[in-house]
Design a protein around this ligand. Sequence first.
Ligand code: 1CP
Length: 341
Amino acid sequence: MPLKNDLILRTISGEKTERTPVWLMRQAGRILPEYRAIRNSLSGFKELVETPELAAEVTIQPVDILGVDAAIIFSDILVIPEAMGLKYEMVEKRGPHFPETIKTSADVKKLQVARAGDVQYTIDAISVTKKALNGRVPIIGFAGAPWTIFAYMIEGGGSKTFSKARRMLYVDPKLSHNLLQMITDSTINYLKGQIAAGANLVQVFDSWAGILSPELYREFSLPYLKQICDAIDEVPKTLFAKDAYFARAWFGKLNCNTVGLDWCMDIEESISLIGTDKALQGNLDPCVLYGSEERIKKETENMLSKFGTTKHIANLGHGVYPDTDPGKVKFFVDCVKNYNH
Ligand code: 1CP
């Protein structure tokens, strides 16, 4: 079915579009009271992720309510470790927790490379979303980057330093590479499954890129990102690596179409490091949305003028914070839509 709004795809391909497209990282499931209403009627986060009709419903909410130019499928990056054999729990108000973690090569041996069918609920959620959207906007599929997934599997949950995960890279590089390769193969299978079900583009989140030194990043993250980019050629690929200042020039050489920037990355400097072949996505500080409408407008327009008229997808520099007023989010979206370059 042809897309009615394909602004994002045309922007990625380099076309000068009628306006800059806009969506927000973590737009589904954080800020909307309509999301909380559904979420509170269920046993927990996982029930929502694993029920395709409901996951589709919360995926579409921001399209209806905020008017964004893409839907990102409602799921989590942690479905991959679970599909590989490491179950996660989502603890209310605290975040993810893995009762078992990876400590030895014997633990790695117990895991399997996941197939797309091992995450059938998200594949099905994409099919249901596709049908319900009826071509209104593109669907973004996603996965965590191998390093970020590895970090949760070793650490067992969120952490400020992920020091157990970083320790593993020094203490047992062989185990680390084996596990990273299994995650990479699983991620490729999973993304291909999402694309077959109807994802129009995919994004890889390397949320914990910034805690590695450039040397470690080059050895333990970049080669696996490259494998993913090279394996996926059906749809455009976006790479978002938080705090990875040192990696921007390397990303310019990867076989991806779009690079996401966080708000601390200078726009002009990023363009010169990454080059003009890639589209760029981002990068407003999510805290701008706590400001007055006047301030939001000023900051948004400043960002839009710096990125210029082509190859830019407006977004925040990381996920929208949960206590942001949805009215301010809508105001941001409208500022982008109304801006005349
Ligand atoms: O009960 C709840 O509602 C739990 C909150 C929640 C939600 C709504 C979690 C727990 N995950 C999600 C959904 C989710 N996660 C999406 C859905 C679509 C969207 O809203 O855009 C996406 C894209 C993610 C991706 C994700 N999960 C990332 C990468 C993006 C990023 O923000 O850096 C990461 C690191 C996670 C792990 C995770 N899941 C949930 C939490 C609280 C966390 C972070 C844990 C930590 O502190 O390390």
